[in-house]
Design a protein around this ligand. Structure first.
Ligand code: ADP
Ligand code: MG
Length: 417
Protein backbone atom coordinates (compact mmCIF):
# COMPACT_ATOMS: atom_id res chain seq x y z
CA UNK A 1 0.00 0.00 0.00
CA UNK A 2 2.75 2.40 0.96
CA UNK A 3 4.51 1.56 -2.28
CA UNK A 4 1.41 2.32 -4.30
CA UNK A 5 1.01 5.73 -2.78
CA UNK A 6 4.66 6.33 -3.29
CA UNK A 7 4.38 5.53 -6.99
CA UNK A 8 1.36 7.75 -7.48
CA UNK A 9 3.16 10.51 -5.64
CA UNK A 10 6.13 10.22 -7.97
CA UNK A 11 3.73 10.30 -10.90
CA UNK A 12 2.25 13.53 -9.64
CA UNK A 13 5.57 15.16 -8.75
CA UNK A 14 7.43 14.40 -11.94
CA UNK A 15 4.67 14.28 -14.55
CA UNK A 16 1.73 16.11 -13.05
CA UNK A 17 -0.72 13.21 -13.57
CA UNK A 18 -3.10 11.99 -10.86
CA UNK A 19 -3.63 8.41 -12.00
CA UNK A 20 -1.92 5.78 -14.08
CA UNK A 21 -3.36 4.81 -17.46
CA UNK A 22 -4.16 1.19 -18.30
CA UNK A 23 -1.54 -1.15 -16.83
CA UNK A 24 1.23 1.45 -16.51
CA UNK A 25 1.44 0.86 -12.79
CA UNK A 26 1.88 -2.92 -12.99
CA UNK A 27 4.49 -2.42 -15.70
CA UNK A 28 6.42 0.14 -13.67
CA UNK A 29 6.37 -2.11 -10.61
CA UNK A 30 7.79 -4.90 -12.72
CA UNK A 31 10.60 -2.67 -13.97
CA UNK A 32 11.35 -1.44 -10.46
CA UNK A 33 11.56 -5.08 -9.34
CA UNK A 34 14.39 -5.56 -11.84
CA UNK A 35 12.55 -7.96 -14.17
CA UNK A 36 12.62 -8.05 -17.96
CA UNK A 37 9.41 -6.49 -19.23
CA UNK A 38 7.66 -6.62 -22.56
CA UNK A 39 4.98 -3.99 -23.21
CA UNK A 40 2.42 -4.16 -26.02
CA UNK A 41 0.31 -1.06 -25.89
CA UNK A 42 -1.37 0.91 -28.65
CA UNK A 43 -0.11 4.28 -29.80
CA UNK A 44 -1.06 6.94 -27.31
CA UNK A 45 -1.40 4.40 -24.52
CA UNK A 46 1.42 5.97 -22.52
CA UNK A 47 4.40 3.71 -23.08
CA UNK A 48 7.09 6.35 -22.44
CA UNK A 49 6.05 6.79 -18.84
CA UNK A 50 6.68 3.07 -18.26
CA UNK A 51 10.43 3.72 -18.48
CA UNK A 52 10.58 7.42 -17.67
CA UNK A 53 9.13 7.10 -14.19
CA UNK A 54 11.28 4.13 -13.08
CA UNK A 55 14.37 5.87 -14.47
CA UNK A 56 13.79 8.78 -12.12
CA UNK A 57 13.17 6.49 -9.16
CA UNK A 58 16.09 4.13 -9.70
CA UNK A 59 19.73 4.67 -9.08
CA UNK A 60 21.89 5.22 -12.16
CA UNK A 61 21.06 6.08 -15.74
CA UNK A 62 18.48 4.32 -17.88
CA UNK A 63 19.48 3.84 -21.50
CA UNK A 64 16.61 4.31 -23.93
CA UNK A 65 17.15 3.06 -27.44
CA UNK A 66 14.85 4.92 -29.77
CA UNK A 67 14.89 5.04 -33.56
CA UNK A 68 14.29 8.63 -34.53
CA UNK A 69 16.27 11.75 -33.83
CA UNK A 70 13.13 13.90 -34.09
CA UNK A 71 11.39 11.60 -31.66
CA UNK A 72 14.18 11.85 -29.11
CA UNK A 73 14.25 15.58 -29.07
CA UNK A 74 10.49 15.61 -28.64
CA UNK A 75 10.68 13.25 -25.66
CA UNK A 76 13.64 14.87 -23.99
CA UNK A 77 11.98 18.28 -24.28
CA UNK A 78 8.80 16.83 -22.81
CA UNK A 79 10.75 15.32 -19.89
CA UNK A 80 12.45 18.63 -19.23
CA UNK A 81 9.11 20.33 -18.97
CA UNK A 82 7.78 17.76 -16.55
CA UNK A 83 10.72 17.59 -14.26
CA UNK A 84 11.94 20.04 -11.68
CA UNK A 85 15.50 18.87 -11.85
CA UNK A 86 17.54 20.14 -14.74
CA UNK A 87 19.46 17.71 -16.86
CA UNK A 88 17.40 14.66 -16.06
CA UNK A 89 17.14 13.52 -19.68
CA UNK A 90 19.67 13.69 -22.47
CA UNK A 91 20.22 12.22 -25.87
CA UNK A 92 23.13 11.14 -28.00
CA UNK A 93 22.71 10.89 -31.73
CA UNK A 94 24.25 12.04 -34.97
CA UNK A 95 22.68 15.51 -34.68
CA UNK A 96 25.09 16.43 -31.84
CA UNK A 97 28.61 17.61 -32.44
CA UNK A 98 31.60 16.39 -30.47
CA UNK A 99 31.52 19.06 -27.78
CA UNK A 100 27.79 18.62 -27.21
CA UNK A 101 28.36 14.89 -26.79
CA UNK A 102 31.20 15.57 -24.35
CA UNK A 103 28.87 17.78 -22.32
CA UNK A 104 26.25 15.04 -22.18
CA UNK A 105 28.88 12.54 -21.14
CA UNK A 106 30.11 14.83 -18.39
CA UNK A 107 26.56 15.14 -17.05
CA UNK A 108 26.15 11.38 -17.06
CA UNK A 109 29.41 10.86 -15.18
CA UNK A 110 28.33 13.50 -12.67
CA UNK A 111 25.26 11.35 -12.05
CA UNK A 112 22.82 14.03 -13.19
CA UNK A 113 21.30 12.06 -16.03
CA UNK A 114 18.48 9.66 -15.22
CA UNK A 115 17.57 8.95 -18.79
CA UNK A 116 19.79 8.78 -21.83
CA UNK A 117 18.22 8.41 -25.27
CA UNK A 118 20.47 6.84 -27.88
CA UNK A 119 19.87 5.97 -31.51
CA UNK A 120 20.88 2.40 -32.32
CA UNK A 121 23.54 3.73 -34.73
CA UNK A 122 25.12 5.67 -31.88
CA UNK A 123 24.84 2.81 -29.44
CA UNK A 124 26.90 0.58 -31.69
CA UNK A 125 29.74 3.12 -32.04
CA UNK A 126 32.84 1.79 -30.38
CA UNK A 127 33.62 5.00 -28.47
CA UNK A 128 30.10 5.06 -27.01
CA UNK A 129 30.24 1.39 -26.03
CA UNK A 130 33.53 2.12 -24.27
CA UNK A 131 31.99 5.07 -22.49
CA UNK A 132 28.80 3.27 -21.45
CA UNK A 133 30.81 0.44 -19.93
CA UNK A 134 31.77 2.85 -17.16
CA UNK A 135 28.27 4.15 -16.57
CA UNK A 136 26.04 2.92 -13.77
CA UNK A 137 23.11 1.72 -15.86
CA UNK A 138 19.76 1.14 -14.14
CA UNK A 139 18.08 -0.63 -17.07
CA UNK A 140 17.75 -0.57 -20.83
CA UNK A 141 14.56 0.39 -22.63
CA UNK A 142 14.05 -0.50 -26.28
CA UNK A 143 11.30 1.76 -27.59
CA UNK A 144 9.53 1.03 -30.89
CA UNK A 145 10.87 -2.49 -30.46
CA UNK A 146 9.03 -3.75 -33.56
CA UNK A 147 11.90 -2.21 -35.58
CA UNK A 148 13.70 -5.47 -34.77
CA UNK A 149 11.32 -7.54 -36.85
CA UNK A 150 11.04 -7.84 -40.60
CA UNK A 151 7.36 -8.44 -39.96
CA UNK A 152 7.05 -5.06 -38.27
CA UNK A 153 6.13 -1.96 -40.22
CA UNK A 154 9.46 -0.27 -39.80
CA UNK A 155 12.26 -2.81 -39.87
CA UNK A 156 15.68 -1.39 -39.02
CA UNK A 157 18.60 -3.80 -39.34
CA UNK A 158 20.63 -1.91 -36.73
CA UNK A 159 18.03 -2.90 -34.13
CA UNK A 160 19.28 -6.47 -34.47
CA UNK A 161 22.58 -5.42 -32.97
CA UNK A 162 21.08 -4.18 -29.74
CA UNK A 163 21.33 -7.43 -27.79
CA UNK A 164 24.98 -8.14 -28.61
CA UNK A 165 25.90 -4.54 -27.78
CA UNK A 166 24.05 -4.68 -24.47
CA UNK A 167 26.00 -7.81 -23.62
CA UNK A 168 29.19 -5.93 -24.37
CA UNK A 169 28.26 -2.87 -22.32
CA UNK A 170 26.91 -4.86 -19.42
CA UNK A 171 23.70 -6.79 -18.85
CA UNK A 172 20.91 -5.05 -16.99
CA UNK A 173 17.15 -5.57 -16.96
CA UNK A 174 15.42 -4.78 -20.23
CA UNK A 175 12.08 -3.26 -21.07
CA UNK A 176 10.92 -3.48 -24.68
CA UNK A 177 7.93 -1.48 -25.85
CA UNK A 178 5.90 -1.47 -29.02
CA UNK A 179 2.47 -0.72 -30.43
CA UNK A 180 2.86 -3.59 -32.85
CA UNK A 181 1.23 -6.65 -31.40
CA UNK A 182 1.05 -9.19 -34.16
CA UNK A 183 2.13 -12.56 -32.77
CA UNK A 184 4.96 -12.86 -35.32
CA UNK A 185 6.46 -9.52 -34.36
CA UNK A 186 6.13 -10.23 -30.66
CA UNK A 187 7.99 -13.50 -31.03
CA UNK A 188 10.75 -11.92 -33.14
CA UNK A 189 11.31 -9.20 -30.58
CA UNK A 190 11.45 -11.47 -27.57
CA UNK A 191 13.74 -13.92 -29.31
CA UNK A 192 16.03 -11.27 -30.71
CA UNK A 193 16.37 -9.39 -27.45
CA UNK A 194 16.85 -12.62 -25.52
CA UNK A 195 13.81 -11.99 -23.35
CA UNK A 196 11.59 -14.98 -24.01
CA UNK A 197 10.91 -15.20 -20.27
CA UNK A 198 10.00 -11.54 -19.81
CA UNK A 199 6.74 -10.57 -18.14
CA UNK A 200 4.40 -9.57 -20.93
CA UNK A 201 1.88 -6.76 -20.52
CA UNK A 202 -0.56 -6.55 -23.38
CA UNK A 203 -3.30 -3.95 -23.57
CA UNK A 204 -6.30 -4.10 -25.81
CA UNK A 205 -5.65 -2.52 -29.19
CA UNK A 206 -9.21 -1.43 -29.68
CA UNK A 207 -9.53 2.30 -30.30
CA UNK A 208 -13.26 2.62 -29.83
CA UNK A 209 -13.29 6.34 -30.65
CA UNK A 210 -11.89 5.77 -34.14
CA UNK A 211 -14.26 5.39 -37.07
CA UNK A 212 -12.97 3.21 -39.93
CA UNK A 213 -14.11 3.45 -43.51
CA UNK A 214 -12.81 2.29 -46.89
CA UNK A 215 -13.95 4.07 -50.02
CA UNK A 216 -13.40 2.94 -53.58
CA UNK A 217 -10.76 5.08 -55.25
CA UNK A 218 -11.54 6.44 -58.67
CA UNK A 219 -10.70 9.55 -60.68
CA UNK A 220 -12.76 11.66 -58.27
CA UNK A 221 -10.54 10.95 -55.30
CA UNK A 222 -9.02 14.46 -55.18
CA UNK A 223 -12.43 16.07 -55.26
CA UNK A 224 -13.81 13.74 -52.61
CA UNK A 225 -10.96 14.49 -50.22
CA UNK A 226 -11.20 18.23 -50.79
CA UNK A 227 -14.92 18.07 -50.08
CA UNK A 228 -14.28 16.12 -46.89
CA UNK A 229 -11.62 18.54 -45.67
CA UNK A 230 -13.79 21.56 -46.40
CA UNK A 231 -16.67 19.99 -44.51
CA UNK A 232 -14.25 19.63 -41.57
CA UNK A 233 -12.70 23.08 -41.75
CA UNK A 234 -10.62 24.12 -38.75
CA UNK A 235 -10.03 20.55 -37.65
CA UNK A 236 -6.60 18.94 -37.80
CA UNK A 237 -6.05 16.09 -40.20
CA UNK A 238 -3.39 14.01 -41.90
CA UNK A 239 -3.48 12.79 -45.50
CA UNK A 240 -1.06 9.94 -46.16
CA UNK A 241 0.25 9.31 -49.68
CA UNK A 242 2.69 6.63 -50.72
CA UNK A 243 5.12 8.69 -52.77
CA UNK A 244 6.93 11.93 -52.08
CA UNK A 245 5.88 13.20 -55.48
CA UNK A 246 2.22 12.61 -54.69
CA UNK A 247 2.66 14.35 -51.33
CA UNK A 248 3.97 17.50 -53.01
CA UNK A 249 1.37 17.40 -55.74
CA UNK A 250 -1.58 16.87 -53.47
CA UNK A 251 -0.47 19.47 -50.93
CA UNK A 252 -0.35 21.95 -53.82
CA UNK A 253 -3.80 20.92 -54.99
CA UNK A 254 -5.20 21.44 -51.49
CA UNK A 255 -3.53 24.84 -51.21
CA UNK A 256 -4.92 25.83 -54.59
CA UNK A 257 -8.33 24.99 -53.16
CA UNK A 258 -7.89 27.37 -50.26
CA UNK A 259 -7.00 24.70 -47.69
CA UNK A 260 -4.24 25.36 -45.17
CA UNK A 261 -2.16 22.31 -46.06
CA UNK A 262 1.56 21.56 -45.85
CA UNK A 263 3.72 18.75 -47.16
CA UNK A 264 5.97 16.43 -45.17
CA UNK A 265 8.33 13.73 -46.44
CA UNK A 266 11.85 12.53 -45.85
CA UNK A 267 13.13 13.96 -49.13
CA UNK A 268 12.48 17.53 -48.01
CA UNK A 269 15.17 19.70 -46.56
CA UNK A 270 15.20 19.07 -42.82
CA UNK A 271 14.59 22.71 -41.86
CA UNK A 272 11.50 22.89 -44.05
CA UNK A 273 10.34 19.55 -42.78
CA UNK A 274 10.46 20.50 -39.14
CA UNK A 275 8.98 23.93 -39.89
CA UNK A 276 6.00 22.20 -41.51
CA UNK A 277 5.70 19.76 -38.65
CA UNK A 278 5.72 22.60 -36.14
CA UNK A 279 3.16 24.58 -38.14
CA UNK A 280 0.85 21.58 -37.97
CA UNK A 281 1.44 21.03 -34.25
CA UNK A 282 0.87 24.72 -33.55
CA UNK A 283 -2.25 24.73 -35.74
CA UNK A 284 -0.99 27.23 -38.26
CA UNK A 285 -1.89 24.58 -40.81
CA UNK A 286 -4.95 22.34 -40.70
CA UNK A 287 -3.75 19.51 -42.86
CA UNK A 288 -0.43 17.79 -43.27
CA UNK A 289 0.00 15.78 -46.47
CA UNK A 290 2.70 13.25 -45.75
CA UNK A 291 4.43 10.01 -46.44
CA UNK A 292 4.67 7.55 -43.58
CA UNK A 293 7.83 9.42 -42.54
CA UNK A 294 5.43 11.66 -40.63
CA UNK A 295 3.98 10.71 -37.33
CA UNK A 296 6.09 8.28 -35.37
CA UNK A 297 6.12 9.60 -31.83
CA UNK A 298 4.45 12.85 -32.74
CA UNK A 299 1.90 13.55 -30.08
CA UNK A 300 -0.83 15.85 -31.38
CA UNK A 301 -3.85 14.89 -29.32
CA UNK A 302 -6.61 16.39 -31.45
CA UNK A 303 -6.02 15.02 -34.93
CA UNK A 304 -9.64 14.54 -36.09
CA UNK A 305 -9.08 12.59 -39.29
CA UNK A 306 -6.50 10.46 -41.07
CA UNK A 307 -7.06 9.93 -44.77
CA UNK A 308 -5.13 7.37 -46.79
CA UNK A 309 -4.93 8.60 -50.36
CA UNK A 310 -3.22 5.31 -51.22
CA UNK A 311 -3.72 1.97 -49.60
CA UNK A 312 -0.86 1.28 -47.14
CA UNK A 313 1.67 -1.52 -47.54
CA UNK A 314 0.51 -3.36 -44.46
CA UNK A 315 -2.38 -3.47 -42.06
CA UNK A 316 0.07 -2.90 -39.27
CA UNK A 317 1.15 0.35 -40.87
CA UNK A 318 -2.48 1.27 -41.37
CA UNK A 319 -3.26 0.74 -37.72
CA UNK A 320 -0.26 2.86 -36.67
CA UNK A 321 -1.05 5.68 -39.04
CA UNK A 322 -4.75 5.81 -38.18
CA UNK A 323 -3.75 5.58 -34.53
CA UNK A 324 -2.59 9.19 -34.74
CA UNK A 325 -6.21 10.30 -34.86
CA UNK A 326 -8.20 10.95 -31.71
CA UNK A 327 -5.40 10.48 -29.22
CA UNK A 328 -7.31 12.67 -26.79
CA UNK A 329 -10.14 10.14 -26.84
CA UNK A 330 -12.29 12.40 -29.01
CA UNK A 331 -13.57 11.69 -32.49
CA UNK A 332 -11.17 10.35 -35.10
CA UNK A 333 -12.22 9.46 -38.64
CA UNK A 334 -10.03 7.07 -40.59
CA UNK A 335 -10.82 6.88 -44.26
CA UNK A 336 -8.81 4.84 -46.74
CA UNK A 337 -9.16 5.04 -50.50
CA UNK A 338 -8.69 1.70 -52.13
CA UNK A 339 -8.13 0.71 -55.74
CA UNK A 340 -7.06 -2.76 -56.67
CA UNK A 341 -4.60 -1.41 -59.19
CA UNK A 342 -2.74 0.40 -56.39
CA UNK A 343 -2.02 -2.99 -54.86
CA UNK A 344 -0.61 -4.21 -58.13
CA UNK A 345 1.55 -1.11 -58.30
CA UNK A 346 2.87 -1.80 -54.81
CA UNK A 347 3.64 -5.34 -55.76
CA UNK A 348 5.58 -4.15 -58.78
CA UNK A 349 7.74 -1.92 -56.60
CA UNK A 350 8.85 -4.99 -54.71
CA UNK A 351 10.31 -6.67 -57.75
CA UNK A 352 14.07 -6.73 -57.62
CA UNK A 353 14.11 -7.01 -53.84
CA UNK A 354 15.40 -10.20 -52.22
CA UNK A 355 12.91 -13.07 -52.60
CA UNK A 356 12.32 -13.49 -48.87
CA UNK A 357 11.53 -9.80 -48.53
CA UNK A 358 9.14 -9.99 -51.49
CA UNK A 359 7.32 -12.90 -49.88
CA UNK A 360 6.83 -10.97 -46.67
CA UNK A 361 5.75 -7.91 -48.60
CA UNK A 362 3.16 -9.87 -50.59
CA UNK A 363 1.73 -11.49 -47.50
CA UNK A 364 1.32 -8.09 -45.84
CA UNK A 365 -0.34 -6.71 -48.97
CA UNK A 366 -2.79 -9.59 -49.06
CA UNK A 367 -3.86 -8.85 -45.52
CA UNK A 368 -4.38 -5.20 -46.38
CA UNK A 369 -6.45 -6.17 -49.41
CA UNK A 370 -8.57 -8.50 -47.31
CA UNK A 371 -9.25 -5.63 -44.91
CA UNK A 372 -10.14 -3.25 -47.72
CA UNK A 373 -12.49 -5.70 -49.39
CA UNK A 374 -14.18 -7.20 -46.38
CA UNK A 375 -17.82 -6.69 -45.53
CA UNK A 376 -17.11 -7.76 -41.94
CA UNK A 377 -16.69 -5.20 -39.15
CA UNK A 378 -13.38 -3.41 -39.82
CA UNK A 379 -12.58 -3.21 -36.15
CA UNK A 380 -13.00 -6.96 -35.83
CA UNK A 381 -10.62 -7.54 -38.75
CA UNK A 382 -8.01 -5.09 -37.44
CA UNK A 383 -8.09 -6.52 -33.93
CA UNK A 384 -7.99 -10.07 -35.21
CA UNK A 385 -4.78 -9.11 -36.96
CA UNK A 386 -3.33 -8.31 -33.53
CA UNK A 387 -4.43 -11.65 -32.18
CA UNK A 388 -7.32 -10.06 -30.34
CA UNK A 389 -10.91 -11.29 -30.55
CA UNK A 390 -13.50 -8.53 -30.81
CA UNK A 391 -16.73 -10.01 -29.57
CA UNK A 392 -19.34 -7.32 -30.26
CA UNK A 393 -21.69 -8.08 -33.13
CA UNK A 394 -21.73 -4.48 -34.28
CA UNK A 395 -19.04 -1.96 -33.38
CA UNK A 396 -21.28 0.92 -34.42
CA UNK A 397 -18.25 2.86 -35.62
CA UNK A 398 -17.15 1.56 -39.01
CA UNK A 399 -18.71 1.71 -42.46
CA UNK A 400 -19.54 -2.00 -42.54
CA UNK A 401 -21.38 -1.91 -39.23
CA UNK A 402 -23.19 1.34 -39.93
CA UNK A 403 -24.11 0.43 -43.51
CA UNK A 404 -24.01 -3.33 -43.88
CA UNK A 405 -23.56 -4.28 -47.51
CA UNK A 406 -24.36 -7.58 -49.07
CA UNK A 407 -21.53 -10.07 -49.32
CA UNK A 408 -19.37 -9.45 -52.37
CA UNK A 409 -17.27 -12.06 -54.05
CA UNK A 410 -13.69 -11.74 -52.80
CA UNK A 411 -11.21 -11.27 -55.59
CA UNK A 412 -8.82 -14.06 -56.40
CA UNK A 413 -6.06 -12.19 -54.64
CA UNK A 414 -3.57 -14.97 -54.29
CA UNK A 415 -3.27 -15.55 -58.01
CA UNK A 416 -3.46 -11.86 -58.86
CA UNK A 417 -0.93 -10.43 -56.44
P1 ADP B 1 2.86 5.92 -26.66
O1 ADP B 1 4.37 5.97 -26.66
O2 ADP B 1 2.32 4.69 -26.04
O3 ADP B 1 2.29 6.18 -28.02
P2 ADP B 1 3.11 8.28 -25.08
O4 ADP B 1 4.09 7.76 -24.11
O5 ADP B 1 3.62 9.17 -26.14
O6 ADP B 1 2.31 7.09 -25.76
O7 ADP B 1 1.92 8.97 -24.27
C1 ADP B 1 0.76 9.43 -24.92
C2 ADP B 1 0.16 10.59 -24.15
O8 ADP B 1 -0.40 10.14 -22.93
C3 ADP B 1 1.18 11.66 -23.80
O9 ADP B 1 0.60 12.91 -24.06
C4 ADP B 1 1.39 11.45 -22.32
O10 ADP B 1 1.76 12.65 -21.68
C5 ADP B 1 0.02 10.98 -21.87
N1 ADP B 1 0.05 10.17 -20.63
C6 ADP B 1 0.88 9.14 -20.35
N2 ADP B 1 0.61 8.62 -19.13
C7 ADP B 1 -0.42 9.34 -18.63
C8 ADP B 1 -1.16 9.31 -17.40
N3 ADP B 1 -0.91 8.40 -16.46
N4 ADP B 1 -2.15 10.22 -17.24
C9 ADP B 1 -2.43 11.11 -18.21
N5 ADP B 1 -1.77 11.20 -19.37
C10 ADP B 1 -0.77 10.34 -19.60
MG1 MG C 1 5.99 5.97 -27.85
Amino acid sequence: MAKKDNLTEHLKTHFGFDTFKGNQKAIIENVLAGNDTFVLMPTGGGKSLCYQLPSIMMEGTAIVISPLIALMKNQVDAMRNFSEEDGVAHFINSSLNKSAIDQVKADIMAGRTKLLYVAPESLTKEENVEFLRNVNISFYAVDEAHCISEWGHDFRPEYRRIRPIINEIGKRPLIALTATATPKVQHDIQKNLGMIDASVFKSSFNRSNLYYEVRPKDENVDREIIKYIKANEGKSGIVYCLSRKKVEEFADILKANGIKALAYHAGMDSGQRSANQDAFLLEKADVIVATIAFGMGIDKPDVRYVIHYDIPKSLEGYYQETGRAGRDGGEGQCIAFYAYKDLQKLEKFMQGKPVAEQEIGKQLLLETAAYAETSVCRRKVLLHYFGEEYLEENCGNCDNCLNPKKQVEAKELLSAV
